[in-house]
Design a protein around this ligand. Structure first.
Ligand SMILES: NC(=O)c1ccc[n+]([C@@H]2O[C@H](COP(=O)([O-])OP(=O)(O)OC[C@H]3O[C@@H](n4cnc5c(N)ncnc54)[C@H](O)[C@@H]3O)[C@@H](O)[C@H]2O)c1
Length: 291
């Protein structure tokens, strides 16, 4: 989508952090921005700061039924959406206070991370894909996964988070294949490393199951780790650039490249002789469509 001017973007989790960075970049490019967030107050503050081409919308992305209502409100206020950024996401709150190997992750926290990080994007696609497919006008979808959705990271990143970001990567890869026959709909997968946001503190604030933990002193260096990362404005600019250039992968941190290469090399070298001699699966003809 070369010409973004005047296009309406729906950015989830735009009340702060990376979503805010994306919203700022879009507004600076004269796009109209639907600032969508669970937190009504921060959505309003961000929309006010962006000017008359932005408007706030309260939405819990994990609530499937609420999406259609918000989509109609956006259309009524700003016009038809042409860019969807499924960006809202949360991380573990238990890991702020203690090491949480897989067996220690409470089911309520696991379910919460999946419902926001994975189901939220699915509902976004379910709401907007029919709209994008029903017109020949250009549109673009950006799903925020993570470097943690491309290559497993240190054990300090909680398993529930990594799993949800791999799920987002899977969803986005599938989306890309499915949209191969819809060239007017672009797709990007945003995979940042560390970005300066208050992700852990925000998760602690909003997690429905975290009431008993708020006010406790964090006991994990992980809580501030993101603040050593890159700025959310730079990430927003990269997202805008990728939309303009039609880039699929948005990698903001090339320092992870050797790690990703080593990981893929391991996969590559693990292929051996056929398990059943003489048998070959018939690989679908469409498989290499985007290679
Ligand atoms: N910060 C990083 O270093 C980093 C790195 C890689 C990927 N990411 C991903 O980037 C995205 C944004 O993270 P961030 O660091 O900006 O976090 P953040 O906490 O700063 O911002 C997230 C925003 O999403 C909103 N939100 C949370 N749950 C929601 C829900 N159910 N419905 C609607 N809005 C909701 C929050 O209110 C908040 O405004 C996430 O998907 C995250 O996984 C972040």
């Amino acid at each position: 989508m070369r010409d973004v001017k005047g296009k309406v973007a729906c950015v989830t989790g735009a009340g702060c952090g990376i979503g805010l960075g994306i919203a700022k970049a879009f507004a600076a490019a004269d796009m109209k921005v639907a600032v969508v967030d669970l937190n009504e107050k921060s959505a309003r503050q961000v929309a006010d700061s962006l000017g008359s081409n932005a408007a706030p919308f309260q939405l819990d992305v994990a609530k499937g039924d609420a999406w259609e209502v918000v989509a109609r409100k956006i259309e009524k206020t700003l016009g038809p959406v042409r860019v969807l950024c499924n960006n809202a996401g949360v991380t573990s709150v238990h890991s702020i206070f203690e090491d949480t190997p897989i067996e220690k992750i409470p089911p309520v926290e696991w379910d919460w991370m999946m419902s926001v990080n994975v189901n939220g994007a699915y509902y976004g696609l379910r709401t907007f894909l029919p709209r994008f497919k029903s017109t020949q006008e250009e549109s673009h979808i950006v799903n925020t996964s993570s470097m943690a959705g491309i290559v497993p990271q240190a054990a300090s990143i909680p398993a529930g988070y990594t799993t949800s970001k791999y799920a987002m990567a899977g969803l986005t890869e599938q989306l890309r294949l499915e949209l191969a026959s819809f060239p007017h709909i672009g797709v990007s997968m945003l995979c940042p490393g560390m970005v300066q946001t208050k992700m852990q503190a925000n998760a602690l604030e909003i997690a429905p199951h975290a009431a008993g933990m708020r006010g406790k002193k964090p006991d994990n260096p992980y809580i501030g780790a993101n603040m050593a990362g890159i700025s959310l404005e730079r990430v927003g600019e990269r997202v805008l650039q990728a939309i303009r250039k039609g880039q699929y992968y948005i990698f903001t941190h090339p320092e992870y490249r050797p790690l990703v290469q080593a990981y893929h090399r391991d996969i590559d070298l693990s292929f051996g002789a056929p398990t059943q001699a003489g048998h070959m699966d018939a690989l679908p003809a469409w498989l290499p469509v985007h290679r």
